[in-house]
Design a protein around this ligand. Structure first.
Ligand SMILES: Cc1cc2nc3c(=O)[nH]c(=O)nc-3n(C[C@H](O)[C@H](O)[C@H](O)COP(=O)(O)OP(=O)(O)OC[C@H]3O[C@@H](n4cnc5c(N)ncnc54)[C@H](O)[C@@H]3O)c2cc1C
Length: 444
């Protein structure tokens, strides 16, 4: 199979990139499951937008502070400055954000100095991604292949990406050649036991990049979400969005006492919960919705309310058990400001990619925004260069199919390799942070 531009992944990043590629070029999107099964669909809290010029320094500072001030400042600036344009485009695509007295309504989440998050009930990701998908399906130049899994890249001798190797829905292996390939494969949740992510979103692109020596960045920076609904059932952990705490929910230990400021950055709150769990010798702590008016819970958080009820907890009447779980990956395939990787003709966007915008820790509701800002930039750059690129007749000869005889083992080894790398680098980062705190104490 051949296409002009191949996009791997149908989340917000992949879809937004597809919509910004020239309509005279054929775009093929592939996805591991159904097109709707992306983490972008799961986003609850919302999407940030710069409210006005006065908000710029506060928004910049909140993003940098959450990221421990190691964020790439230019990436942060690009993201914030592009936010109003992204929101306008989304509204043109038909996305319905909440309004209050005729104006866009803003909510607040942890570590934001002021409300600057747009939302649609507690299903903002579904609202945005379903509208993007609808627009993509209307475009004649874009096709989507579901149940098709990228298992490798095709790389020429001069280090150019000629396309990918895929496992088809019937288990057969074949190749897709492309002038440009854009990786939009999401995060790493599927390699962890406790995660809020879909299980099939499991660091595939990152593993494949590692196997080809493509540059990576910030690989130790994994985000744990402090509040997921505790359950003994296997599978994905259900998120209790940060905006619940932004609207007044509080965290309680087993004696029903508060133990942390709920609006501190995610890593700080998650650590506080773990410490309390250790003290209490329990596998969870509690979140109480009692300070949020019932009407607000029913209108702003209907999905969370329903899900808690399904698990046997009425959050209007009682606290709900919560536990931290893997949620987001700040690191990934190293890219420039237009999503270009270290390999020619290969781009990466969204959670798979890392341009340093989140630093060591992502500020809540910055990721949908970031995914679309840099997806648009990648699409624009590809559009500029594509006419000068030809698909090679040699690509088929570059593939050694014997490597894929035992796909299960290959995929298992890949997951273990990424997990081990992340955990080793994460532990190094924690040690570095501890010694920084120690040095700071000594100086004081
Ligand atoms: C529960 C939850 C709540 C969240 N809430 C928010 C929020 O309120 N605000 C916010 O900004 N962010 C939120 N996030 C984060 C945000 O949703 C994601 O970071 C963002 O949507 C990532 O988009 P993406 O397009 O990069 O990847 P995804 O949306 O994860 O899409 C990845 C795509 O890649 C495909 N794929 C993966 N591997 C392969 C392969 N090997 N071959 C083929 N296809 C493949 C998948 O099938 C999928 O289509 C939340 C995340 C979760 C899990």
């Amino acid at each position: 199979m051949k296409t002009d531009i191949l996009i791997v992944g149908t989340g917000a990043a992949g879809l937004f990139a597809a919509l910004h590629l020239p309509s005279r070029k054929h775009v093929l999107m592939i996805t591991k499951k159904e097109a709707e099964q992306s983490d972008s669909y799961l986003a609850q809290g919302g999407i940030c937008m710069l409210r006005d010029e006065e908000d710029y320094s506060g928004y910049f500072e909140d993003t940098m502070k959450a990221g421990h001030y190691v964020n790439d400042k230019k990436s942060v600036d690009i993201m914030i400055r592009s936010s109003q344009s992204i929101i306008n485009q989304l509204m043109e695509y038909g996305v319905d954000f909440e309004y209050h007295h005729g104006h866009l309504a803003f909510t607040k989440e942890g570590a934001h100095g002021r409300p600057r998050i747009l939302f649609h009930e507690d299903q903002t990701g579904k609202e945005i991604t379903s509208k993007l998908l609808k627009r993509v399906r209307e475009r004649e130049n874009i096709s989507i292949l579901e149940y098709t899994t990228m298992i490798d890249l095709i790389v020429s001798d001069d280090n150019q990406c000629e396309g990918i190797v895929v496992e088809n829905s019937d288990g057969s292996v074949s190749i897709i050649q492309a002038k440009y390939t854009i990786l939009a494969c999401g995060g790493v949740g599927g390699i962890y036991r406790n995660t809020t992510n879909f299980r099939h979103i499991s660091a595939d692109a990152i593993a494949i990049a590692m196997n080809h020596g493509i540059e990576l960045r910030d690989m130790g920076c994994v985000q744990i979400h402090p509040t997921t609904l505790y359950s003994e059932k296997p599978g994905r952990r259900f998120l209790i969005s940060e905006s619940v705490r932004g609207e007044g929910a509080i965290l309680l230990n087993k004696n029903h006492e508060r133990f942390v400021n709920e609006l501190l950055p995610r890593d700080v709150v998650a650590n506080a919960i773990w410490q309390e769990m250790e003290k209490d010798k329990t596998p969870y702590e509690w979140i109480s919705f009692e300070k949020i008016p019932e009407k607000k819970i029913r209108t702003h958080f209907p999905n969370i309310y329903r899900k808690c009820l399904e698990e046997g907890y009425d959050c209007l009447k009682e606290p709900v058990p919560i536990v931290p779980a893997q949620h987001y990956f700040m690191g990934g395939i190293k890219v420039g400001y237009s999503g270009k990787t270290s390999m020619d003709r290969l781009y990466a966007v969204g959670e798979t990619a890392c341009n340093g915008v989140h630093g060591e820790n992502r500020l809540a509701s910055n990721s949908l925004l970031e995914s679309m800002v840099f997806a648009e930039k990648a699409a624009s750059e590809v559009a500029v260069h594509i006419d000068g690129v030809e698909i090679s007749d040699e690509a088929g000869f570059l593939v050694d199919y014997s490597k894929y005889n035992d796909l299960k083992k290959l995929q298992k080894d890949n997951k273990e390799m990424v997990l081990q790398t992340i955990e080793t680098l994460k532990n190094e980062l924690i040690e570095k942070q501890k010694s920084k705190v120690q040095k700071h104490k000594e100086i004081k």
